[in-house]
Design a protein around this ligand. Sequence first.
Ligand SMILES: N[C@@H](CCC(=O)N[C@@H](CS)C(=O)NCC(=O)O)C(=O)O
Length: 229
Amino acid sequence: MSKMLRYYYDLLSQPSRALYIFLEKTKIPYERCLVNLGKAEHLTDEFKAINRFQKVPCIVDKDLHLAESVAIIRYLAREYKFPDHWYPADSRKRARVDEYLEWQHHNTRATGATYFQYLWLRPKLMGSKVDPKRAEQFKTQLETCLDFIEQEYLGTGSKFLVGDEISVADLLAACEIEQPKMAGFDPCAGRPNLTAWMDRVRKATNPYYDEAHKLVYKIIPEDVPKPKL
Ligand SMILES: N[C@@H](CCC(=O)N[C@@H](CS)C(=O)NCC(=O)O)C(=O)O
């Protein structure tokens, strides 16, 4: 059994990118294990033995097989040492980070991933047609979520989602918000706070942010603003 933490991921997956950036920034020693979703490697029996949910990201740490990005982050915070700002030990600060980690599942994650899947992934993989009415609905839901982040999280003048230091909440959020760009949607348009914050997250985590998003940047169409590499 490998002694090192094994990390299973695909960089086209939002939570996979967030954890990749996190592992790189915190210098937690780990072994990279790529799982190509495009080749359906996650649906093999071999991968099912690693992660019964057959999704990425997941880790194997000795005999522990663990899925779900938020559960993984909380496990790593208990088992490994890294700078406190990522997942603060202070109860009140952690409560705020946790609040975002819980909220995002039905908001940033749900709306961003749904938009991306409906407008980009499904047509590509299955040749499915896009119904403009449904597309508009998904767009409105995504816009509502982004407006909330723009005003409630970032309209207070704080540099990051929770205070002035970067945390895991920022990583999960930024990686989700990059995703619909591939479907031609610009999350930053008309949202100055979000635009400045995305840039801060990228700068605070580079070169890993750009490394994680290399393929995403290639797919984003020309009319959607993206970092110049
Ligand atoms: N809630 C999970 C989401 C995991 C997830 O949905 N992963 C996607 C990629 S972003 C996946 O593996 N999809 C493959 C499939 O559903 O077949 C987390 O935060 O880790």
